[in-house]
Design a protein around this ligand. Sequence first.
Ligand SMILES: Cc1ncc(COP(=O)(O)O)c(C=O)c1O
Length: 413
Amino acid sequence: MPPELDPMLFGEIDPPQRLLMGPGPVNAHPRVLRAMSADLLGQFDPEMTGYMNQVMALYRPIFGTTNQWTMLVDGTARAGIEAALVSMVAPGDVVLVVNFGRFGLLLTEILGRIGAVIETVEAPWGEVVPFDAIEAAIHRCHPKLVATIHGDTSTTMAQPLEGFGELCRAAGALSYVDATATIGGMEIAADRWGVDVVTGGLQKCLGGPSGSAPITISDRAAQHIGKRRHVEQGIRRDDITDGVGPRIGSNYFDLAMIMDYWSEKRLNHHTEATSMLYAARECARVVLGEGLDATFARHAKSGAAMTAGLRAMGLTVFGDDRYRMTNVTGVYIPDSVDGEAVRTAMRDLFEIEIGTAFGPLQGRIWRLGAMGYNAAKHKVLLTLAALEACLRMQGFALPLGAAVPAALEAWGQ
Ligand SMILES: Cc1ncc(COP(=O)(O)O)c(C=O)c1O
């Protein structure tokens, strides 16, 4: 049967050209897509291991660290989170979660499956947790690990982390930060914050596809994890001894084995996801090529322009202004407006995707992102102009033509 007649072959992938202006994923940078189409290599080919070493070097400045153990976990950002938690936390360990949104809840969900004793210190959605509340909670529950989110996309809030790691260290606790939504867009200062493990993802400010989770691990945390090393039977070697601690409860996410794979030992674990490694490498090259400060400034300008445009339309921006992420903005859906109809019109008429929300904010706010390759003036302006048109179609009375000039002014033009 000719292929065009075989219904099981469907068609060649040819997605519409959408502009992804939600909380992520965003459109990948064309350089990253090109890198992903490069030819594959065997996992122990010296070119491939050379690329792995380059990735380690490229992500150190992005994480703001000199940590040797800076590498990738294969899988989406959640894979990085799960690898960090299952490798650091043993069943029965007390873990304090600093929770101010959906992704703080995800930490508790993963920790619950690990069998941790979970303590929380919380803020309502739209706020962050005050430093002294974290300090008091640490002294109350004496955790082995304190875990938090940097920017929680569900609420668009960024938890201040200056002094966070030191506070944990002083109390004898390890610390973990999920920086999926901020890495490459807001400063990550793993060493200055004194944080032990930080993980990220490519699909937001780094301008790549989801599917690879950059991670950095302090020597202190690496030592702790190393005590739990139990190399799988089929790849054991005489020169590698097991640790005395309890075996890590996941094989795939066993950071002790993943570190052995990324070390000069090259002890085989998984088969490194070559095309995703190429993507992660190119994402880092794009960000470092522009310069970290310039990248952060571009995200900040995009966020400021988006916020100014939304306010000029008469909309109310969600959350505490002092702590808002620069790259995702939440905005209340006006009472008279059908939020899903607006999102559908944005997609159908303008090929623009904006985000819905989760949990208590579902149906109450939209989330608009300007991240990575999409943190660009023209993309913010197009999104605002399209939203204005869609709101008008819904009968929402707004000052016509106010959003774009306000955004341009906030951009500095
Ligand atoms: C803060 C944060 N953490 C974790 C995740 C989960 O990432 P992934 O869907 O790549 O596993 C997301 C995704 O939106 C996020 O925003």
